[in-house]
Design a protein around this ligand. Structure first.
Ligand SMILES: Nc1nc2c(ncn2[C@@H]2O[C@H](COP(=O)(O)OP(=O)(O)O)[C@@H](O)[C@H]2O)c(=O)[nH]1
Ligand SMILES: [Mg+2]
Length: 284
């Protein structure tokens, strides 16, 4: 599966102490694509020549369980339940430009959409050992906001509330004494499931066109909320597809266009697209 064209680089052994730990908050509505994103992120790093390893058993179980569903049955992961909070730790490394080693332990939390959409209610369900949604958010170095473009167009206010809550919490935490200082956390807003709407060569857009796409998709209210909370140079928009495209008989590309969680055809031929770019920008 995922025939990688990029060979894995031969890194010298990197000790665990050398890993730079980065907490990355994944935020997004129910069904935004968080669990699928995290599962295929492993493959995305590997395809780009990184070494990658789940750091503990729970993390490996999380990804391997979803891997079987995806690759054996062509099914997406089942909807994450409130009690299924997973801390997903991924160790990634590569030798970058000029022989400089980059080595990170990426720490994510995968939780049910309710955790993000209705944290007050989620709090009453979580285990004591599980992180509190907002405590976790505030401990994060950067925030990856995943947005299903079709879902946000369909229900803007639901997304507005979710995004607004998270940003407000970060603002309060960062600036307990002032109201007009922007948050420091880097924010990658990544539009998911782009295989439904575009072709692979249209995935990346240059700055202005991406800005225009974000405006049309998110709407002015959400965009203003983001502008109001963040420094412009600390926000960036991306587009991705966790499952990517398959080739059809004519050599064209096909996505998964149904809105239902239909079986994924020809997953073996597909490649995740645009998953690591929003992370690399935040790690930089
Ligand atoms: N076409 C397409 N659909 C996706 C993709 N990722 C997720 N989906 C769809 O979105 C649904 C929800 O995804 P999931 O990862 O469970 O979202 P979560 O609730 O944010 O964890 C899946 O069941 C799929 O139907 C993708 O890359 N492409
Ligand atoms: Mg999920």
């Amino acid at each position: 599966m995922y025939n990688s064209e990029v060979p894995v680089v031969e890194t010298d052994e990197i000790s665990l102490e050398a890993l730079v730990r980065r907490n990355i908050g994944i935020w997004g509505a129910k069904g935004a694509g968080k669990t699928t994103f995290l599962t295929l992120l492993y493959h995305a790093f590997r395809d780009q020549g990184w070494r990658v390893k789940a750091a503990d058993q729970d993390s490996d179980e999380f990804r391997l369980r979803n891997y079987r569903l995806l690759f054996e049955r062509g099914q997406f992961p089942p909807q994450t339940r409130l009690q299924d909070i997973v801390q997903y730790h991924l160790d990634v490394s590569r030798v970058g430009a000029m022989g400089v080693a980059q080595a990170y332990r990426l720490v994510f939390t995968d939780a049910s959409g309710d955790w993000y959409e209705d944290p007050a209610r989620a709090r009453t369900y979580v285990h004591e050992r599980d992180p509190d949604p907002f405590d976790w958010l505030k401990s994060c170095d950067s925030l990856l906001l995943l947005v299903d473009p079709a879902a946000v167009v369909e229900n803007r206010s639901r997304h507005y509330v979710m995004i607004s809550r998270a940003l407000a919490e970060l603002q309060r935490a960062a600036n307990p004494r002032s109201m007009n200082r922007p948050i420091r956390t880097r924010l990658s807003v990544c539009f998911t499931k782009m295989d439904r709407h575009t072709q692979p060569d249209q995935l990346e857009l240059n700055g202005q066109r991406m800005q225009a796409y974000a405006r049309v998709t998110l709407g002015d209210d959400i965009l203003q909320e983001i502008d109001n909370a963040c420094e412009p140079q600390r926000v960036r928009f991306f587009r991705c597809s966790a499952i990517g495209w398959a080739r059809n008989d004519d050599g064209g590309f096909v996505g998964n266009t149904t809105r239902e969680p239909a079986a994924i055809r020809d997953l073996q031929q597909r490649q995740p697209r645009g998953l690591i770019e929003p992370l690399l920008w935040m790690l930089d």
